[in-house]
Design a protein around this ligand. Structure first.
Ligand code: COA
Length: 416
């Protein structure tokens, strides 16, 4: 089966997570992604948090599948010449170095555009160009704090809290992938490449859209009816942390199930959809609540929503999270068990769909990774292992037209 991005050549000048997550996605869909890494060391994640001595760390392998690795010192004259050749033959260059690093290396957007006017340059930075913090280096949690996620996550009596989900890194990579694909379509119309830039702060803000909605509601009316602070608590002039409250119009909460005293994940998320009140009452064995004026409407329920959750927890006390969901699903109630990473790793449905996959690796044997979360009717992305450092250096240099002797010289000058 041919893959939609076959024929697209990408210089993957990325490291850590934000950039690699973007290029990995494009590689799954058929692009030829050439990861350019510094000779001897490579992407810093190859060595980070190793679980097997002398083998690439999972942090690297899980973000760099389906790629080829070229070692290249782009600060030597010979290395720069190789990169220039590659730029002339490629469709996209993706980078997420610290601010100004590529310019210092001699590959500014203007220079790249001069070398190959069709090239798309795609960059991740912590903050967008011209922002008063645009000189800062940024990692995941910094972006979550600068993007509004941390101030609105966690409990009201605790500090700002970051999410385990990579809102700053992988999320930014996904935004960049959309930008690159858009620029590829644009190039088909104009014949020219362009620079695509995504900042981690902006990508987090894009996911915090409903919190900006809430700020404007708060400014206007002074309270937020779906937050636990309503109606008994106090609101200040900023969107508070709402614990596990649902963000839309349906109240929800994380509720204890059988075994919560010893199992940290014996919980379900339970949502009370307005129109599903009747089935909820029937599921809980509380048919008298259906018509009770204290319970019948969302407005009537809100003042004592936590009493309702407590009653649901009494109902859940003798049910495991799986048993509870099996009952509630029959009543069409939006809910799910809180799953641990161990449960996710072993989930047969996730294995069958290819969301969790085991892939071979030359040093590690096999490793578990997250496959494509995007499913197509005409494409089944095949996830292959990540490359060893410099595994494809000679092959790529030969494709660029270097002779065996020239390749040997590049090796002896330590440029590759
Ligand atoms: N050959 C020679 N030099 C290379 C090279 C290669 N193949 N690859 C990288 N380098 C050099 C760069 O030129 C740069 O050198 P310089 O600073 O002397 O100009 C240096 O290696 C890399 O710098 P930098 O990217 O700033 O690395 P860092 O480890 O100090 O910072 C980050 C890491 C992630 C904080 C930083 O890259 C950053 O803020 N990136 C943008 C935001 C981002 O993506 N963050 C999330 C990562 S998940």
């Amino acid at each position: 089966m041919s893959k939609p991005l076959e024929g697209i050549k990408i210089i993957d000048f990325t490291h850590v997570q934000a950039g690699p997550a973007c290029t990995q996605l494009l590689a799954w869909f058929g692009a030829d992604v050439i990861k350019v890494e510094r000779p001897g060391s490579g992407d810093v994640t190859r060595n980070q948090l190793r679980d097997i001595p002398d083998a690439d760390a999972l942090y690297f392998t899980m973000l760099n599948s389906n790629k080829r690795s070229l070692t290249l010192d782009t600060k030597t004259q010979e290395g720069k010449e190789v990169l220039e050749k590659l730029v002339r033959e490629s469709d996209v260059l993706v980078e997420n170095f610290g601010p100004g690093a590529l310019d210092r290396m001699g590959f500014s957007w203007e220079r790249l555009n001069e070398l190959n006017p069709k090239l798309i340059m795609a960059s991740v930075k912590g903050f967008s160009d011209g922002h008063h913090y645009d000189d800062l280096k940024v990692y995941e949690n910094v972006a979550q704090c600068a993007g509004g996620a941390a101030s609105t996550t966690g409990f009201w009596d605790g500090p700002p809290t970051v999410s385990a989900a990579a809102l700053g890194d992988s999320n930014t990579g996904m935004h960049l992938a959309i930008g690159i694909l858009t620029a590829i379509i644009g190039r088909g119309q104009t014949g020219r490449g362009q620079k695509v830039a995504v900042s981690m702060q902006d990508s987090v803000i894009n996911l915090c859209r409903v919190k900006l909605r809430d700020q404007q509601r708060l400014d206007r009316i002074g309270y937020l009816e779906e937050y636990p602070q309503y109606p008994h608590g106090e609101f200040s002039d900023v969107v508070p942390r709402g614990g596990n409250a649902g963000g839309g119009g349906q109240p929800g909460w994380v509720l204890k199930c059988k075994g919560w005293e010893t199992d940290p994940n014996a919980y379900i998320y339970f949502t009370i959809q307005g129109h599903a009140w009747e089935p909820i009452c029937r599921a809980l064995g509380k048919p008298e609540w259906i018509e009770d004026p204290n319970y019948a409407t969302p407005q009537a329920r809100q003042p004592h929503i936590f009493e309702i959750f407590a009653t649901i927890e009494e109902w859940l006390a003798d049910k495991t999270k799986y048993e509870a969901v099996d009952i509630l699903r029959k009543f069409d109630i939006p809910c799910a068990p809180v799953l641990s990473m161990k449960e996710i790793a072993n989930d047969p449905s996730l294995r069958a769909s290819g969301t969790i996959v085991e892939v071979p690796h030359k040093e590690r044997g096999t490793y578990l990774t997250v496959g494509s979360p995007i499913k197509f009717s005409g494409l089944k992305p095949e996830i292959t292992g990540s490359p060893l450092l410099g595994e494809h250096t000679d092959e790529i240099l030969a494709e660029l037209g270097y002779s065996k002797d020239q390749i040997a010289n590049l090796h002896s000058s330590r440029s590759v």
